[in-house]
Design a protein around this ligand. Structure first.
Ligand code: SAM
Length: 386
């Protein structure tokens, strides 16, 4: 690129990217157990390779909040040494898939080694790549998790747009990251360590929410969790002693206890019909809804039923009956019209009542059960999500 077309801002962004990459490449070791001891429960770490624990450099535990289901396809953005990739791989089971993405090849190699050592290479893969240009096709991911990575991007809107591109409609995002209320002193902000350590790139909760909503994410929740003090920050190997010392000297004592706040950010990519959209939309073709999939004793399939202006497939499950266990290759969504019952998934029985909208993730084996003395009547809305 010629000098005339290089904006100072882009140059600045390139410098940040290079500084972040160099900082992670240069790390001789991870944070030991300080990150795992703070954010993970011991039992969930049982059986994971020691190196994955020692290289945990995140700021939370996104898998604990992501409600991952068997069979889901997960992308771990900025996977680092792979601790969350491994936990996600356990959660999605052998029919699921987890893709780790990191811009630093050394981190990817560590993640790959941990995956092999954990015996999870049947469902995991790792790619070297940048979150601002994710090397994956559109719409193939059910859930994106990320832990302390978005703040490392100097173009967060671009990284969020990439997340929206690779997620399927209705896909979910669950990230642990840091937010800030106050600017840090310029001398701290200008240090490479503050960028690599997720602090200089942190934005406020309001800005983060707006960026997500602008890129098509809905139901954005930002759950406040953990204050990060100067001493907490010092536990990460990314911060050399002189930067910590600078923070101690330049920050007023009342600000040293919380230089940033760890949050869990959850959002859904718009695209699945909401109840309101279903009620208000036009006639929908039922051709794609497998008509035989729910036929069984006690189950009546009634192909067409007018619900306001929408044609839907309505199933009646007789009291005590159950639809056969079956799967869909896409997300399966339904709305309960009358009766009480439950959605049965591998992880248990989830009660359903009139008015409930339920979603089953792609390929999840499930059945719908009735347990009241009137049939459970629900409408499949799969035809909306093709
Ligand atoms: C704070 S570490 C967290 C690693 C991991 N998520 C964990 O919890 O241990 C952030 C990771 O993001 C990676 N990273 C930084 N910039 C990136 C980018 N632009 N694209 C993808 N990964 C990036 C770093 O190499 C590093 O491994």
């Amino acid at each position: 690129m010629s000098e005339a077309t290089t904006s100072p801002d882009l140059l600045f962004q390139d410098e940040i990217r290079a500084a972040v990459r160099d900082a992670y490449r240069a790390l001789p070791a991870g944070a030991g157990r300080s990150v795992t001891d703070r954010f993970y429960d011991r039992p969930e770490l049982d059986g994971l390779p020691a190196s994955a624990l020692d290289w945990a450099l995140g700021v939370g535990n996104p898998v604990a909040h992501a409600a991952l289901q068997r069979g889901e396809v997960v992308l771990d953005v900025g996977c680092g040494g792979g601790i969350d990739t491994l936990l996600a791989a356990r959660a999605v089971g052998p029919t699921g898939r987890v893709i780790g993405l990191d811009t630093v090849p050394e981190m990817c190699e560590r993640a790959e080694r941990s995956i092999r050592d954990a015996g999870l290479d049947d469902r995991c893969e790792v790619h070297v790549g940048d979150m601002e240009a994710v090397p994956l096709p559109d719409g193939g991911i059910d859930v994106i998790i990320s832990n302390g990575a978005l703040n490392l991007s100097p173009r967060k809107s671009r990284a969020i747009a990439e997340m929206a591109r690779v997620l399927r409609p209705g896909g979910r995002l669950c990230m642990a990251d840091l937010v800030v209320d106050r600017e840090l002193p310029p001398a701290v902000l200008a240090s490479d360590a503050a960028w690599a350590g997720c602090i200089a790139g942190a934005v406020s909760e309001r800005v983060l929410r707006r960026k997500l909503e602008r890129r098509g994410f809905a139901d954005v929740t930002i759950e406040h969790g953990t204050p990060f003090s100067v001493d907490d920050v010092a536990a990460y190997p990314l911060f050399p002693a002189d930067v910590i010392d600078l923070m101690h000297r330049l920050l007023p004592p009342d600000e040293q206890g919380e230089v940033a706040t760890g949050v869990v950010i959850r959002a859904t990519l718009a695209g699945m019909p909401s109840r309101a959209e279903v009620d208000g939309s036009g006639v929908v073709s039922l051709a794609d809804v497998a008509p035989a999939s729910a036929e069984a004793p006690g189950v009546t399939v009634r192909p067409l039923k007018q619900v306001e202006d929408v044609h839907l497939k309505v199933l009646d499950v007789e009291p005590g009956g159950s639809t056969p266990f079956h799967t869909h290759v896409h997300a399966h969504e339904g709305v309960v019209m009358t009766g009480r019952g439950a959605l049965r998934l591998a992880d248990g029985r989830h009660p359903l009542a009139p008015g409930d909208v339920f979603t089953v993730t792609p390929n999840a084996v499930h059945a719908i059960e009735a347990d009241d003395d009137e049939p459970l009547r629900f409408a499949c809305m799969d035809c909306f999500v093709e």
